[in-house]
Design a protein around this ligand. Structure first.
Ligand code: IMP
Length: 186
């Protein structure tokens, strides 16, 4: 088993990554040392800046991830502000903003960066297209899971087991690309 250090304070993200990567021979180790998240226009800018900060403090390989929920009728809001919005107006606030909206299209985006001393940083992205539910459903997962329904599904992520969510989540897709890139660069 190869160890992969995942720098995150989010246990949900850590468990999803650990489950997804285990069959590929990777053991994910959570490391919650924290890093600054700049206010930027893209998730890629956020992770790129964070990587350069962490590299000053950590001298081994690590990966980080940043994600956001982009809601079409809200012109991409909350997007890069997803964390802040989750802790302020929350899921009920988002549902209120969409109260009289028929178009409920949304997309979850995930960006992973993998840094290894002496190597170019790998950056991969994943997307999951879906819709915003009319009300919160399900107690699994974290964050916006109870209001997000992936395309062609009935259940919200909050009503799915981690295994089900990992079949189509934005993070799972990004991780698949990361595994492919790591295998290529071995
Ligand atoms: P960050 O990547 O930790 O900055 O996440 C941004 C926000 O999106 C946080 O409020 C997360 O809880 C939320 N979020 C990220 N990924 C997911 C997911 O897979 N499901 C639900 N919410 C998520």
């Amino acid at each position: 088993m190869t160890q992969l250090y995942f720098i995150t304070g989010n246990k949900g993200k850590f468990h999803e990554a650990a489950e997804k990567l285990r069959p590929y021979g990777y053991t994910v180790v959570q490391n919650d040392i924290g890093y600054p998240e700049i206010q930027a226009e893209s998730l890629t800018d956020v992770v790129t800046w964070a990587v350069s900060d962490i590299q000053k403090r950590v001298n081994h390989a690590f990966m980080i991830e940043d994600a956001g929920l982009f809601i079409e009728p809200l012109k991409g809001f909350p997007g890069v502000y997803s964390k802040y919005v989750f802790f302020t107006i929350g899921l009920s606030g988002i549902l209120r903003l969409l109260r009289s909206e028929e178009n409920r299209k949304a997309v979850f985006r995930s960006v992973y960066a993998y840094s290894k001393p002496g190597r170019k940083t790998l950056v991969v992205t994943g997307e999951c297209i879906g819709t915003i539910a009319k009300q919160q459903r399900g107690g699994h997962g974290f964050g916006y899971d109870p209001i997000f329904i992936p395309r062609n599904e009935e259940k919200t992520f909050g009503e799915m087991s981690m295994e089900e969510k990992n079949q189509f989540s934005h993070r799972a897709k990004a991780l698949e690309k990361l595994i492919a890139a790591l295998n290529k660069n071995k």
